[in-house]
Design a protein around this ligand. Structure first.
Ligand code: ADP
Ligand code: 5GP
Length: 210
């Protein structure tokens, strides 16, 4: 199959907590070999089942401050009283190899990425189908205490208010459909002319034989 070299892209998925972005991210990563997950650092404690180095790098506040102050984070933010940030080096390595990187970061981090590398960024916002369903999903996930669920519900509308800052908005009612919509966005964005650094050469070679 003809493979035309291209730059990698940065795919950001944001949503209020519980809308389904971790589930959708896992599905995308399992079905697409050309995209890798950016593993953030966080000062929040791990939830049951979370694995250090896979879900997050769980670090202390002192370690976080060192990474941030030495420029090793591409973006960072405080969310629900915990600090989160994106390590810079793995993202730069992936882009250079023409691989795409998936980010599960909030609107603050998305704004910082847009300032640094807007041309490489594709932003998707995931909405829940309804407030009742969001509450159900937060409870069903059963990883957080009742007070954490209440706090996340209270934060949802301020997070949702950032939807106009995203390129695409998906309502995650049906997982299969939402997954297909994300795959379609990714396919179209990969085909954008300006990302396809090998296109001029391909057309030159084509013309030689016409
Ligand atoms: P987020 O990463 O946005 O906080 P999760 O992916 O952890 O959300 O999803 C929260 C809960 O909702 C999980 O239990 C997940 O299985 C469930 N869920 C996600 N999407 C759907 C969907 N379309 N229909 C039903 N349940 C869903
Ligand atoms: P959680 O604690 O539920 O895993 O994540 C809480 C919020 O922090 C989510 O909105 C998630 O997208 C966001 N988040 C996770 N990692 C990062 C990061 O590295 N940077 C930023 N800005 N937000 C993050």
């Amino acid at each position: 199959m003809i493979e035309i070299p291209r730059r990698g892209l940065l795919l950001v998925m944001s949503s209020p907590s519980g809308a389904g972005k971790s589930t959708l991210s896992r599905r995308l990563l399992a079905s697409d070999r050309n995209i890798t997950m950016s593993v953030s650092v966080t000062t929040r404690p791990p939830r049951p089942g979370e694995v250090n180095g896979r879900d997050y790098h769980f670090i202390s506040k002192e370690e976080f401050a060192h990474l941030r102050d030495s420029g090793q984070l591409l973006e960072h933010a405080e969310v629900f009283g915990n600090f989160y940030g994106t390590p810079r080096a793995p993202v730069e390595e992936a882009l250079a190899k023409g691989c795409d990187v998936l980010f599960d970061i909030d609107w603050q981090g998305t704004q910082q990425l847009a300032e640094a590398m807007e041309g490489d960024l594709v932003r998707i916002f995931i909405l829940p189908p309804s407030a009742e369903e969001l509450r159900e999903r937060l409870i069903r996930r059963a990883q957080d205490s009742a007070s954490v669920v209440a706090k996340r519900m209270a934060e949802a509308s301020s997070e949702i208010s950032h939807w106009p800052e995203y390129d695409y908005v998906i309502v995650n009612e049906n997982l299969d459909l939402a997954g297909q919509q994300i795959a379609a966005i990714l396919m179209a964005e990969r085909l954008r002319r300006r990302r396809r650094t090998g296109l001029a050469q391909f057309v030159r070679d084509l013309n030689l034989k016409l």
